[in-house]
Design a binder for this molecule. Structure first.
Ligand code: FAD
Length: 374
């Protein structure tokens, strides 16, 4: 019996489990991740307003794994032995015949003074700490920004920063204290969020204008002070800074022998195979994939890549020649706490649609998505 091992228990890893089962594969699957949990990052945006607790966003997976005949090893991967087809983990070695890498990405934390800013997207605790600090402030300067990976421009995550920005603005208005704060949005890009589409950038910047949110755009980042953001285009005051650095691949990839992209991700092809490494597939944020320049690092994209990886794995296992390419597709609702903007992009078309109900559509999607794993 071939042994299939999946690394990670996030969106891509669980979608790979789901897709393998949907394709009729019934043997035991082995999944390696630090905890048998799915953490639902998209709803972190509602934590500063006190609308979600840690338990709301963390789905224990023990029951799901039992239902799906998945054997979970609670461990962190530390490397690979490609020649011996073994995964190296803190809890020993795991042999594989087929390997799906879905262990996500990490932030680049190189800018001087980065210890002064909040990178709230790493965990529930960090976003909760941001919310606590905001509640205690009587007024001041709030800054929100994101940057990219200079070696791989697509490796950035801007969408949630817009959501935190508009969400905090809405929250302060609901609390009747917006006039005590100055909000500034910053990015080294002159057209931040360009991957969402030209229309989306114009729409988001116009929304900032309507909300009296200042912008500081197109200046290379120099670093952060205790109460400032420093750029080549000048510094500005920031008592509380929310910053989303650029992304790079997991640290354990170094020395793994897998081919890496310029930005430090696993190089994959459009079928999610790793070229030159038989039996290894990658899905989600851990990979670098060919596609349009707007190809997002998103949960939705991770899900689509995992389906392609699972289908191609089973083709290879069955000795069949099929090649399933993932569909490049960007879908997101940029939430503002009271309304939302739906943005859709595929190679054939783009769509932007704004409505109050979209906030509730995002809430409904969260409930539906998580129900399948509960
Ligand atoms: C605040 C926020 C809002 C977002 N909003 C949206 C949204 O609205 N829509 C959307 O589509 N996307 C959104 N995203 C992006 C989305 O969350 C990511 O693209 C998605 O999580 C990527 O899925 P993944 O499975 O590749 O990685 P992850 O979800 O990061 O999962 C990685 C898994 O690997 C495990 N792991 C890590 N290191 C190791 C190791 N060494 N060994 C073994 N396992 C390991 C982790 O524990 C985890 O289980 C948002 C992200 C953030 C931060």
């Amino acid at each position: 019996m071939a042994r299939i091992v999946i690394l990670g228990s996030g969106f891509a890893a669980l979608s790979a489990v789901k897709a393998l089962r949907k394709q009729g594969y019934r043997e035991t699957l082995t999944l390696v991740s630090p905890k048998a949990e799915l953490f639902f990052y998209p709803s972190l945006i509602w934590v500063p307003a006190g609308l979600r607790s840690e338990a709301d966003l963390t789905v224990p997976l023990d029951a799901y794994f039992r239902r799906q005949n998945v054997e979970h090893l609670a461990a962190a991967v530390t490397g690979l032995d490609l020649a011996a087809k073994k995964v190296l983990t803190g809890a020993g070695e795991v042999a594989y015949d087929y390997l799906v890498v879905a262990s996500g990405s990490r932030f680049i934390k190189k800018l001087p003074g980065i210890e002064h800013v909040h990178i709230p997207c790493e965990s529930y605790a960090s976003v909760a700490a941001y919310g606590d600090r905001l509640r205690r402030m009587e007024g001041g300067h709030l800054a929100f920004g994101f940057a990219g990976n200079p070696n791989e421009p697509s490796a950035m995550r801007g969408g949630p920063v817009f959501e935190f920005l508009f969400g905090v603005d809405t929250l302060l208005r609901q609390q009747g204290r917006r006039d005590k704060f100055q909000l500034t949005f910053f990015s080294p890009a002159a057209e931040p969020g360009k991957r969402l589409g030209e229309k989306a950038v114009a729409n988001l910047l116009a929304e900032m204008g309507r909300r009296d949110i200042h912008t500081h755009l197109g200046h290379k980042m120099k670093g952060f002070g205790e109460n400032s953001v420093q750029t080549e285009g000048g510094d500005f005051a920031a008592d509380l800074t929310f910053f989303m650095p650029g992304l790079t691949g997991p640290a354990w990839l170094e020395g793994s022998g897998l081919p890496l992209s310029p930005g430090g991700f696993i190089q994959a092809d459009e079928t999610c195979r790793v070229p030159g490494v038989a039996g290894v597939y990658v899905a989600g944020d851990a990979g670098s994939f060919p596609g349009p320049d707007w190809l997002p690092k998103q949960a939705h994209m991770a899900d689509l890549q995992a389906v392609a990886a699972a289908k191609n794995l089973l083709s290879d296992l069955g000795g069949r020649p099929e090649r399933h390419a993932f569909k490049p597709e960007l879908v997101c609702i940029v939430d503002t706490l009271a309304s939302g903007v739906l943005i859709y992009r595929s190679p054939a078309r783009g769509l932007l649609f704004k409505a109050g109900l979209l906030h509730w559509a995002k809430v409904a999607f969260e409930k539906m998505y998580l129900a399948q794993y509960r």
